[in-house]
Ligand binder design. Structure first.
Ligand code: SF4
Ligand code: SF4
Length: 183
């Protein structure tokens, strides 16, 4: 199966959250839920403190727990590009996807009484456009495309400190980790 996914260069991300805001705006989300979130990790001590940022949304996994556990089939994995898509009209708001995903990607939207998630902006991708989080990044730390092409272009890993064991769902993400995030 073809697989599209995200690339993220942690070493140049400045933690500005433009990606997070672009995603929230595109998905017209109320206060609270985020389909992409920028985390910051810090450690060490003077004179060698360290920190790194981690921008993460849905990873359109090869073994998506959200798809496996949705009782009404509201979340599916597209055969043509592997994007994991939720149909909001089918969601009954049971929250099983929010509890199933090791990345916390699906979010319960109280105002709507249902869950939602990053759909990879498939309607834009189908027109040859990038997801807005990618284009909003002032540092060009994010990219999106065919995972094998991203791997050939950048390399990267899906196993970094701060993310769960990639063996759980086989996430379609490639990250260039900061030294402290390497496993
Ligand atoms: S990151 Fe979570 S919501 Fe996205 S496909 Fe994987 S299990 Fe599903
Ligand atoms: S927009 Fe780019 S630089 Fe800013 S937080 Fe997101 S990934 Fe990092």
């Amino acid at each position: 199966m073809a697989q599209k996914g995200f690339y993220y260069d942690m070493t140049i991300c400045i933690g500005c959250k433009a990606c997070q805001i672009a995603c929230k705006d595109k998905n017209d989300l109320p206060v609270g839920p985020l389909f992409r979130k920028v985390y910051t990790f810090e450690g060490g001590k003077f004179p060698r403190p360290w920190f790194y940022h981690l921008s993460v949304g849905c990873n359109h996994c090869a073994d998506p727990r959200c798809v496996q556990n949705c009782p009404v089939g509201a979340i599916t994995k597209r055969a043509e590009d592997g994007l994991v898509i939720q149909d909001p009209s089918l969601c009954i708001g049971c929250r099983l996807c929010t509890w199933s995903c090791p990345y916390g990607a699906p979010q319960y939207i109280e105002e709507l009484g249902r869950s939602g998630k990053c759909n990879g902006c498939y309607e834009l991708v189908d027109q040859g456009q990038n997801p807005p989080c990618v284009d909003a990044c002032v540092m060009r730390a994010l990219d999106f495309g065919d995972l094998s092409e991203l791997r050939a272009k950048y390399g990267g890993t899906n196993d970094v400190a701060g993310l769960p064991d990639p063996g759980l769902t086989n996430p379609a993400i490639l990250i260039n980790p900061s030294p402290e995030a390497r496993r």
